[in-house]
Design a protein around this ligand. Structure first.
Ligand code: ADP
Ligand code: ZN
Ligand code: ZN
Length: 658
């Protein structure tokens, strides 16, 4: 009997594939069940091998009647495993829909009649493009092969319409298109526009859907029944038939980076995928990341711009409000309250952007300075008024609100600082006749509640919108004329360089929500650092001016995108164990020409009872960094001293959280 050998990626945290044999011919990409240790485990065949000089075990069962992933897709997984230094089995399995992560389920290959679904020629579009849009569409439709292209379009310049025309062009050529978006649930507009145009050729894919619903979409995209996917980062590797274009909308958005487990960036994997199958990829944004702008500067990416808003209205003007020596009312300066009042009197809408939910971020005893802290995290408890609870925003633990100080027993407890709930209460008192809408994670837990609030806002002329960053993503508020940004100073004072970039992006994005009605909208930025150079750059409202000065600072300090970064994190119940492990690791890195900083406690230094510390590594080349980390991962895995076994360690490439 014939004996075939296969390498199999197995769902275990080990940095290798394993060789098994079978008397059956199996196409790589097919799922199998194999004995691993004492248990049956799920695996995916990654390649055929001609022979094995080691004793192999048989493949226990072939689960599917055909491959779930193509050869190219497997190639990209292999790249991702090397690039992110993450075990290949976990990489492959993480891109399987939940349904197929179970051994008991079978994938039945379904092939569609190729010409069954063809889009009609001369489709009607809702809008007539303006000249800038026409130019951009022509530019994109001419792209051949791998051509990463930045679509830089100021907010309201009509990027979605461009996506729609470019998708159409691909459909005409019988190609499919993958559109990635940061958080679909938060931006129903993109989905509804594309669906209006292309109906049931569109599928949605994100982690809030049920596993069954997701599997359905997965299968239909794979066999070509669905031609367009709009998905979040988990959709980046959906198997596709004849993929012709990838679009990454809001490419700068932090939610493309997965922060737990396999810490990949969907934006970066999307670029790799486009490169591997030699197709164009469009990165769209009004506030592109510095990394993308650097690639454009270096001529590795092309770029096309939309400089005007569709409405032709001028964008809002920024005004910076010094809040030193000002008595704030729930975080608002009197000048800001006056501006809100004027806006409401004109029967228009005002928005307060504050990145803090709950009533007040701190609960303190004024007698003994006791502060409510989480039992298992190093995090102040946030006072939530509606829930009548003190809540930890890291681990979601909730505690009752004491009336007397647990430390000195005095009844001198009070809350400090401002969150969305408090602003809502205060503004209701000041403006009792005005509708007030609050949008944050707490006000939108119910399915459909976000849509309801959004449509209420759009159906009323006047009112006050209060919200966290959830409010600033991609929405269109036609009557919004004033934005007050309440606590942006964290971005200015943070030691984390990406916090400043993010602050700039948020301010430009939040400004983009306003002034679609006429050209008189204003963004008031409250700050204690009114002379800060970066803030002053933003005042022009020109994002590219801001990034130019930020780039210079990054270059001077040799920070990304001028260098390449990674962190090595240690997590354990004992801080000293972390430090011991990281000091050993540091010795290893010191012997190379990479820079290493630390060990330092992570920004979230204690979560759910475990301490988090890390080293930050900077290298001048991507290959240098990758080689160092690969060697390091090997030696940590081999670990003769057993010191590395005492902590949970992980590597984060191109980290965005520290
Ligand atoms: P962006 O994503 O660039 O901020 P959108 O794609 O959301 O902009 O477009 C902003 C608004 O302008 C949307 O309501 C859209 O339907 C509308 N729009 C886009 N292009 C045109 C056009 N050529 N003519 C009329 N309206 C348009
Ligand atoms: Zn006290
Ligand atoms: Zn906690």
């Amino acid at each position: 009997m014939n004996k075939f050998f296969y390498n199999v990626a197995i769902a275990v945290p080990l940095r290798q594939t394993f060789t098994y044999h079978s008397n059956q011919e199996i196409i790589p990409g097919t799922r199998v069940a194999v004995k691993f240790g004492k248990t049956n485990k799920l695996g995916v065949v990654t390649e055929t091998v001609s022979n094995s000089d080691i004793q192999t075990k048989p493949i226990h069962m072939v689960l599917d009647d055909g491959p779930v992933f193509s050869k190219t897709e497997l190639k990209i997984f292999k790249w991702a495993s090397n690039y992110y230094l993450h075990p290949i089995g976990e990489v492959v399995i993480s891109f399987l829909p939940t349904h197929l992560r179970q051994i008991k389920n079978t994938y039945e290959v379904s092939i569609l009649d190729d010409n069954k679904k063809i889009i009609e020629k001369n489709l009607d579009f809702e809008t007539t493009l303006n000249s800038e849009q026409v130019k951009a569409v022509k530019f994109i439709n001419k792209l051949q092969g791998f051509m990463p292209t930045l679509l830089y379009g100021v907010t309201g310049s009509g990027k979605t319409e461009i996506y729609i025309r470019c998708i159409y062009e691909k459909l005409l050529n019988n190609k499919s298109v993958l559109v990635l978006a940061p958080e679909i649930a938060l931006t129903p507009q993109l989905e509804s526009r594309v669906r209006n145009q292309f109906g049931d050729l569109v599928g949605i894919y994100h982690s809030k859907m049920t596993p069954t619903a997701r599997y359905k979409v997965w299968k239909k995209f794979k066999n070509g029944e669905i031609k367009i996917i709009i998905g979040t980062r988990s959709a980046v590797m959906l198997p596709a038939s004849k993929l012709g274009l990838i679009i990454v909308d809001e490419e700068h958005d932090a939610s493309y980076k997965q922060q737990e487990g396999f810490k990949f960036s969907a934006r970066d994997i999307a670029i790799k995928r486009a490169q591997t199958i030699k197709i164009p990829i469009i990165l769209g944004s009004a506030t592109p990341s510095l990394r993308t702008l650097k690639l454009v500067d270096d001529k590795k990416f092309q770029s096309i711009s939309l400089t005007k808003r569709v409405t032709q209205k001028s964008p809002p003007k920024f005004s910076i409000l010094d809040i030193n020596e000002v008595n704030l009312v729930s975080g608002l300066a009197p000048q800001a309250i006056d501006a809100i009042n004027r806006t409401l009197n004109q029967n228009k809408q005002a928005m307060i952007f504050i990145n803090r939910r709950g009533f007040a971020p701190q609960f303190i005893c004024s007698y003994c300075d006791w502060k409510a802290m989480c039992n298992s995290c190093d995090s102040s408890l946030v006072f939530h008024y509606q829930a009548s609870r003190l809540i930890c925003h890291r681990c979601d633990s909730a505690f009752g609100v004491p009336t007397h100080c647990p430390s000195c027993s005095k009844a001198q407890l009070s809350f400090h600082g401002t969150g969305t709930e408090q602003l809502e209460k205060t503004l209701k008192e000041i403006f009792p006749n005005s509708p007030i809408y609050r949008l944050d994670r707490d006000s939108t837990t119910k399915v459909g509640s976000l849509e309801t609030i959004l449509s209420e806002i759009n159906n009323s002329d006047t009112g006050i919108l209060i919200g966290t960053q959830m409010l600033i993503k991609g929405h269109d508020f036609p009557n919004l004329e004033l934005v007050v940004a309440v606590n942006v100073d964290q971005g200015i004072t943070s030691l984390n360089s990406s916090a400043l970039e993010e602050m700039g992006q948020q301010l430009i994005q939040v400004a983009g929500r306003a002034g679609r009605l006429d050209g008189n909208a204003t963004v008031l930025v409250q700050s204690r650092y009114t002379n800060d150079q970066n803030l002053l750059q933003l005042r022009s409202g020109n994002y590219l001016n801001f990034t130019k000065s930020l780039m210079k600072q990054r270059q001077l300090m040799n920070q990304p995108p001028y260098s390449f970064e990674a962190t090595i994190k240690a997590v354990s119940p004992n801080a000293q164990t972390n430090l011991d492990m990281l000091i050993q690791t540091k010795k290893f890195i010191d012997a190379t020409n990479c820079i290493v900083i630390g060990p330092i406690p992570a920004m979230q230094s204690k979560v759910r009872g475990s301490y988090h510390h890390h080293l930050v590594i900077q290298a001048n080349t991507r290959t240098g960094l990758n080689k160092l980390l690969a060697d390091l991962a090997n030696s940590l895995t081999a670990d003769k001293n057993k010191i590395f076994k005492k902590v949970r360690w992980s590597i984060n490439i191109d980290p965005t959280e520290f």
